[in-house]
Design a protein around this ligand. Structure first.
Ligand SMILES: [Zn+2]
Length: 434
């Protein structure tokens, strides 16, 4: 049992209530939120002067690219992929891939992100899953599927599908349900219609999420239209891939009918503002997506195109980027925090389990110190303080499944200092193989 005592709880429940309350964690779940006498055996975390948030959820990341940080700057999407990312992913061996995933997980947990939807690379996927198992993060993800186009990662559809089924059956539900499998076709241009059709059938049969990229850059959207004769989301919908179990990263360049398809089908879109800016892809029409009742989650994408995995950076961008075009009230701080919590949970198909701090839900929690000069004085809207002022480095404590993984700013599951110190040599070895 753990009691988080004396904090201000941003519940992110349906009414977005903010309460001065204690929170009791028992058996991996939130047992009580309110004012009550603590059971004697509960271990106490002093949260006075701090905000207690649902653990942040990033619905689009690539742990395999954490080691490519600062190695792929100054390129647009398709050149960035073919010249830098695919060769670097192809150069991974199980050791460098596991290292990259641990480096990414360390950054994520220390910054309050407790759940990710990840896209691994094509080979050695189990190295990522083992890192997630050890690091203690809530992980949904899978092997990247690529059977079309050029490049060193391409494999046959039967090879790609055979391996994804084998790994999915082995890993889905591992670590007490903390690890879940997802089908991860890279994007329309890297996948044959046959492979995408099989992905749809597998998702239906196994209940696995489909996690892919869509409509990130103008060049990509034009190439999809040239190949298929229709817009990207229309193409995916015709293949039966727009469903409640599908998560589309980016959705920057969409037409009105594509937004209606996402809303009608319950397909989630993941807003990745930092990556969209850095690859010069564009700005997703988030206010239009929200007005059209599309579920929008948030993600940092990868350290190779961002160059951090900092959820606070994404939140601040999401809360400000759209205002010049749509007006100063177009996207509220509470709405942005919802993208990083409850809406992320919905994208992952975990609404009943995570995303808000309510009794009975899993105890995935981030505690944020608001005493720093950059947060003071606090305003009336604490959602605003978190989104506009707070930083990843303000996170002091993190729980996943009721287990403390960060305590007083120190990661307990992995040696973050050792990972950072060893990263240059690991990156050098990877580049030498590339
Ligand atoms: Zn991505």
């Amino acid at each position: 049992m753990i009691i988080l005592r004396g904090g201000t709880v941003l519940t992110m429940d349906a009414r977005r209530r903010v309460r001065r309350a204690d929170l009791l964690v028992d058996g991996g779940r939130i047992a009580r939120v309110g004012n009550f006498r603590a059971p004697r055996k509960a271990r106490e975390i002093d949260c006075s002067g701090k905000a207690v948030l649902p653990g942040l959820i990033q619905a689009h990341v690539h742990l395999c690219q954490a080691l490519f940080r600062n190695l792929a700057d100054g390129l647009p999407l398709l050149a960035w992929l073919s010249r830098r990312i695919w060769p670097l992913e192809a150069a991974h061996d199980p050791r460098s891939l596991g290292f990259s995933a641990r480096l990414g997980i360390a950054e994520l947990l220390l910054g309050g992100t407790t759940s990710v939807l990840d896209m691994a690379t094509v080979r050695h996927t189990e190295a990522v899953l083992r890192a997630a198992e050890e690091g203690g993060i809530r992980y949904t993800g899978g092997k990247c599927l690529m059977d079309a186009g050029r490049g060193p990662l391409r494999e046959s559809a039967s090879q790609a599908l055979g391996e994804t089924v084998r790994l999915g059956r082995k890993w889905h539900g591992a670590a007490g349900g903390r690890i879940r499998w997802a089908l991860c076709p890279r994007f329309a241009l890297s996948c044959s219609p046959k492979l995408l059709g099989e992905v749809r059938a597998l998702s239906e049969r196994e209940g696995w999420l489909v996690h892919t990229h869509a409509s990130e850059s103008r060049e990509e959207v034009d190439a999809v239209r040239a190949r298929t004769g229709v817009d990207n989301v229309v193409y995916l919908d015709r293949l039966g891939l727009c469903t409640r179990r599908t998560v589309l990263a980016h959705c920057v360049h969409l037409r009105g009918d594509e937004i209606r398809i996402l809303a009608r089908s319950g397909t989630s879109a993941v807003h990745c503002p930092a990556a969209n800016l850095k690859l010069a892809s564009g700005i997703a029409p988030v206010p239009r997506l929200l007005a059209g009742r599309v579920n929008v989650a948030l993600g940092a994408d990868g350290a190779a195109c961002n160059n951090t995995l900092d959820a606070f950076h994404e939140m601040r961008l999401a809360a400000t980027l759209h205002l010049p075009r749509y007006g100063p009230r177009a996207v509220s701080a509470a709405e942005v925090l919802a993208m990083a919590t409850v809406r992320g949970a919905q994208a992952l198909g975990l609404s009943g389990e995570i995303g808000s701090l309510e009794e009975g839900k899993k105890a995935d929690i981030a505690v944020v110190d608001l005493s720093g000069p950059h947060c003071q004085p606090l305003g009336a809207d604490l959602h605003g303080t978190i989104v506009y002022c707070a930083r990843a480095s303000d996170v002091t404590d993190v729980l996943v499944d009721g287990r403390a993984v960060v305590r007083d700013g120190r990661l307990l599951t992995l040696d973050a200092a050792r990972l950072a110190a060893a990263a240059p040599a690991e990156a050098e070895r990877l580049c030498a193989r590339n």
